[in-house]
Design a protein around this ligand. Structure first.
Ligand SMILES: NC(=O)c1ccc[n+]([C@@H]2O[C@H](COP(=O)([O-])OP(=O)(O)OC[C@H]3O[C@@H](n4cnc5c(N)ncnc54)[C@H](OP(=O)(O)O)[C@@H]3O)[C@@H](O)[C@H]2O)c1
Length: 317
């Protein structure tokens, strides 16, 4: 099959790959798709929407100049391509890898693929869930090659249909570094949230056990985790999101002693109270222990009135 500039091959039709495929089709691209499991419902769904399913991976790659990978992990790419490399199928291809991995994973993939004939390698991170692919909130971090190549290869235009392309640098690993940084913030929030929900569960159970048969009983019985999150937890987290900018600005401006009204010693005591409270109530607070140690070090090094931003300097190895 002849290569086409407006066409693209997409490998991987999981939740994210399927959303990307729909975005490509919506932007008018001719799309060839390949997925390890041909019976996955998204394959049929995308064929109905206008994609061409190619059951043979080598044929799928031969169909277009630009190949996009969005599979579970980098290892899947090597597993799929290794048996094909001898045929020269990767020669002169432009590879865009949107699979989540580390900066080193991305750099190694760039070298491995170029040694096997790939002309250009871009590595990207999609900063939204599949539901938001192709919407104005979607951003795709991208690195590798250079910005001129991003443009001339057609990759910038292609990525634009998924989200706003945000080029981060020529080292192929930089986008993955940003990606895992942002995800560490997200997963940090989730483990904090789940610890909170475990602690709230204990309080709800205690309130139910100890409530009498008077008017409080119904109010206690009606409480569940969902309404606690809606009423208290999400408003608290939402009000604190702007604090991230204060932390970043304190680090940027070498102003880590600025505690923004929250002295480090007060926070050290609060975090230790949370850990003690969790232990007393039978909730695992292991995730907070390292944070508590860092706050102790900051108080020791920079004093009780110093600011949370100092923790940043302790995390840099
Ligand atoms: N979902 C999100 O919110 C999100 C957001 C940003 C980035 N991402 C990243 O996007 C990538 C794909 O995520 P997803 O949500 O689409 O995951 P998913 O729904 O679990 O789909 C995984 C995909 O990888 C394929 N795969 C798994 N093992 C394979 C193997 N050994 N060889 C070939 N293909 C294999 C699966 O094929 P089969 O159908 O054959 O199993 C499927 O197409 C991941 O790196 C993820 O971190 C996801």
């Amino acid at each position: 099959m002849a290569a086409s500039n407006s066409g693209v091959t997409l490998v991987g039709l999981g939740n994210m790959g399927t959303a990307i495929a729909h975005a490509f089709l919506k932007s008018g691209r001719s799309l060839t798709i390949w997925n390890r499991t041909s019976t996955r419902p998204s394959v049929t769904e995308l064929v109905v929407a206008g994609a061409s399913y190619e059951p043979d991976l080598a044929e799928a790659i031969s169909a277009n100049n630009i190949i996009v990978f969005c599979v579970l992990e980098y290892q899947n790419i090597y597993q799929g391509l290794q048996p094909l490399v001898a045929s020269g199928v990767l020669k002169d291809k432009v590879m865009v890898n949107l699979t989540n991995g580390t900066p080193q994973d991305a750099r190694e993939a760039s070298v491995w693929l170029k040694e096997r004939g790939v002309a250009n390698y871009f590595d990207g991170g999609i900063m939204v869930t599949p539901q938001n692919v192709g919407t104005p909130v979607s951003i795709v971090l991208i690195s590798g090659e250079d910005e001129d190549m991003l443009e001339s290869s057609g990759v910038r235009g292609l990525i634009s249909s998924i989200g706003l392309p945000d080029y981060k640098g020529e080292d192929a690993g930089i986008a993955a570094g940003y990606d895992i940084a942002l995800l560490s913030g997200m997963f940090g929030m989730f483990i904090g949230s789940l610890t909170a929900l475990a602690m709230i569960r204990k309080q709800i159970d205690r309130a139910r056990k100890t409530s009498g048969a008077d008017g409080t009983k119904k109010a206690v019985a009606d409480v569940n985790l969902t309404n606690v999150v809606t009423t208290y937890f999400n408003p608290l987290l939402t009000s604190l999101i702007p604090h991230n900018e204060l932390l970043a600005a304190a680090i940027d401006n070498n102003d880590q002693d600025n505690n923004h009204g929250n002295p480090m010693e007060m926070m050290r005591i609060a975090i230790n109270n949370i850990i003690r409270g969790c232990e007393e109530e039978g909730v695992d607070a292991e995730n907070l222990r390292h944070f508590a140690k860092l706050t102790e070090q900051v108080v020791h090094l920079h004093g009780p009135d110093s600011g949370l931003a100092w923790v940043h300097s302790l995390l840099l190895k």
